[in-house]
Design a protein around this ligand. Structure first.
Ligand code: HEM
Length: 161
């Protein structure tokens, strides 16, 4: 049996997306609300930090897998022109979602955000967790719109332009 590299890349791409965006959905809809229900600020910070750190570690691998397989597919399909074709809006959208998370996970979180979170959340847990939850909702919504566009677009349902 011959290996179909493009199909394999697509399958791995989707596995990466499922683990990564699924994790973001879990953090947004289950972990953050549960954290905010804990009584003391100190408990909230410790609980969220421990679990989010574990997820952030995983997400570094899954964003890497998604990016590598995504760029591989664009190269294998000679599809770089999609970056400036309106009906393929979901290709720049995928890349933008990926770039935002990559920047957050590999640069901002280790260098700035972790320290900022510890400080802010200890001073004012309620306001800090409200802000974090709002940001997670924005990222989750953008990711899900992108998934809707990518699956329908990849299977032939393109905008009529
Ligand atoms: C560097 C970033 C990325 C690149 C270069 C990229 C590229 C691609 C390419 C070339 C395809 C195949 C399109 C086709 O068959 O016509 C694809 C499919 C797909 N991508 Fe991405 N992608 C990236 C990130 C993402 C992200 C962040 C998400 C989720 C939010 C995502 C979700 C999907 C989905 C759901 C499909 C459809 C799979 C299918 O049904 O066949 N991708 N991507």
């Amino acid at each position: 049996m011959e290996i179909n590299a493009l199909a394999l890349a697509r399958a791995l791409h989707v596995v990466g997306v499922v683990l990564w965006i699924g994790g973001v959905a879990m953090v947004t809809t289950v972990l953050l609300p549960a954290t905010r229900r804990l009584k003391s600020g100190a408990e909230q910070v410790a609980f969220f930090d421990k679990i989010e750190q574990g997820f952030a570690r995983q997400a570094r691998y899954t964003t890497l897998l998604t990016g590598l397989t995504g760029f591989y597919m664009l190269a294998a399909m000679h599809a770089w022109a999609r970056y400036h074709q309106a009906q393929y809006w979901w290709v720049p959208a995928m890349t933008a979602v990926w770039a935002i998370f990559t920047l957050m996970l590999f640069v901002l979180e280790p260098l700035v955000l972790h320290k900022w979170f510890q400080q802010k959340a200890t001073q004012n847990p309620e306001e800090t967790f409200r802000l974090i939850q709002r940001l997670h909702w924005v990222l989750l919504t953008l990711s899900l719109i992108t998934v809707l566009g990518a699956v329908s677009g990849a299977h032939g349902w393109l905008l009529p332009v």
